[in-house]
Write a protein that binds this ligand. Structure first.
Ligand code: SF4
Length: 220
């Protein structure tokens, strides 16, 4: 195990120890999947509004397929980028039967072929709608990783970031991946915030290069 891997393994253990441990993002698979698209580049509140406005179509892909394209767009307009999202959701509905029978990782690959679905959204759908063993990483994961290691990390290096954190878990399975992603997001939202991280009292302080500059990654 490299020094960086040991650091993230330690961080994952601490994050999970302090996480509430409750499941994150529960719901019917279809609702979870369209929510993953609707929340792109907007807030959860706006995505939830769009889900609510979809009514039965948010619960059943067959009902969504019955909506005229203009009607679908009109209902999700509040989530922003609604033309692109409407196309992605319509394509997702058309692919849904196939996604339900295609095992992971083929399912992930099939999702990535849908316009408007990138790695983060595909992994969110796989992990939270289909219970696949895959970790979602995002810009908050990159920010936390950068601060922990004291090295620049970008979410554009999605696959490498995902692999690093996946390897940080002793038992990489769906449950662990769900909890770790939730723990990282909660930590990044509430403690390791974008502008003013609350380093004093942070449970990662002792191992964090940003919060504890005297502790370099090499000495960990
Ligand atoms: S010590 Fe500060 S920078 Fe490091 S993880 Fe905690 S809040 Fe973020």
């Amino acid at each position: 195990m490299t020094v960086s891997e040991a650091l993230l393994s330690d961080a994952a253990t601490r994050l999970l120890r302090h996480a509430p441990g409750t499941d994150w993002w529960p719901g019917q698979p279809w609702t979870v999947a369209i929510s993953a698209i609707l929340v792109q580049q907007t807030t959860w509140q706006q995505a939830a509004r769009a889900v609510s406005r979809l009514g039965d179509a948010a619960l059943d892909p067959d009902r969504l397929r019955e909506l005229a394209p203009g009607e679908l767009g009109a209902r999700i307009r509040c989530s922003g980028f609604w033309r692109r999202k409407a196309r992605s959701i319509a394509d997702l509905a058309a692919t849904w039967p196939e996604l339900n029978t295609c095992p992971f990782p083929g399912r992930r690959q099939r999702l990535l072929e849908i316009a408007g679905i990138g790695p983060e959204t595909a992994d969110a759908i796989c992990c939270y709608a289909f219970d696949d063993p895959v970790l979602v990483v995002d810009a908050m994961t990159a920010r936390l990783t950068s601060r922990l290691t004291g090295q620049p990390v970008s979410v554009r290096s999605y696959d490498a970031l995902q692999e690093q954190w996946s390897n940080a878990l002793d038992a990489p399975n769906n449950r662990a991946f769900r909890l770790l992603h939730a723990a990282i997001v909660e930590h990044a939202r509430n403690i390791c915030t974008a502008r003013t991280p609350r380093c004093t009292g942070c449970h990662l302080h002792a191992i964090c290069a940003h919060g504890n500059p005297s502790r370099t990654i090499a000495s960990h």
